[in-house]
Design a protein around this ligand. Structure first.
Ligand SMILES: Cc1cc2nc3c(=O)[nH]c(=O)nc-3n(C[C@H](O)[C@H](O)[C@H](O)COP(=O)(O)O)c2cc1C
Length: 174
């Protein structure tokens, strides 16, 4: 998912965050970040279902362009989303990671599109996870993993996946 949030002064933000479900409860585990600050400030977030690999890379490693957001509803969501869920959030703050319980208040399915599995797309997602670790921890083991995922993208990815990897390398300075 890509979570959209808003800061105390109304600036929208987007970042990939995992959704979890256990015992009928939906929650996220969020490290200290802009997304967490925004959720603490506004007690709301939207989870956007996105199929564009480029947007995953861009939102994970930089600020996305404001024209990616749609403000028609009660909360900013991503224009490109196949669907979204807006949540009320209850935060249990931790030192480095916080537990955020999510209660759905509104949802929309915008497009129903079949998406066959593509190893290239999946490899971009995995490479992006490693890239978010690399920028914080600077351990070269993450770079090795990114290089490995890049070989899969080159073999199996389409144009958008290749553009996404190009952006990823630019944003991590490699
Ligand atoms: C696929 C994917 C899933 C992620 N899931 C989480 C997550 O569940 N919790 C988290 O804190 N960060 C997660 N991240 C990392 C954040 O997206 C990343 O730290 C981002 O820079 C936070 O941006 P922000 O400061 O704009 O909120 C994930 C990244 C990717 C690519």
């Amino acid at each position: 998912m890509i979570f959209t949030t808003i800061s105390y002064d109304g600036a929208p933000n987007a970042a990939p965050i995992g959704l979890h479900m256990k015992d009928e409860k939906i929650f996220a585990r969020i490290y200290n970040s802009k997304s967490l600050d925004n959720i603490v400030a506004k007690k709301k977030a939207a989870a956007n279902i996105i199929y564009d690999p480029f947007l995953f890379v861009e939102s994970a490693l930089s600020d996305i362009q404001p024209d990616n957001f749609e403000h028609g509803g009660r909360f900013p969501v991503l224009k490109e989303a196949m669907g979204w869920i807006i949540f009320d959030c209850r935060v249990r703050k931790g030192e480095t990671i916080s537990f955020v319980e999510l209660s759905p208040v509104e949802a929309q399915i915008k497009h129903r599109q079949m998406k066959p599995i593509n190893r290239g797309f999946n490899a971009v997602i995995e490479a992006t996870v490693e890239a978010t670790r690399y920028v914080v921890l600077k351990d070269t083991k993450y770079l090795d993993r990114i290089e490995y995922y890049d070989t899969i993208v080159r073999k199996c990815g389409g144009l958008r996946e290749k553009e996404a990897m190009k952006l990823l390398f630019e944003l991590i300075g490699k």
